[in-house]
Design a protein. Sequence first.
Length: 46
Amino acid sequence: MAQKESKEKRSTMKWIKGMGVGAFLFFFIKGLVWLAVFFGLFKFCT
């Protein structure tokens, strides 16, 4: 029984870490897109 709990805990931690990497990449790319948008608007307005 303890072995099953340990295995479930490991898979849950792996899932959370995977989501962490995915969330980091999502927000990193989103930030780069916003920087590109503002840079483009700045270039367009001047």
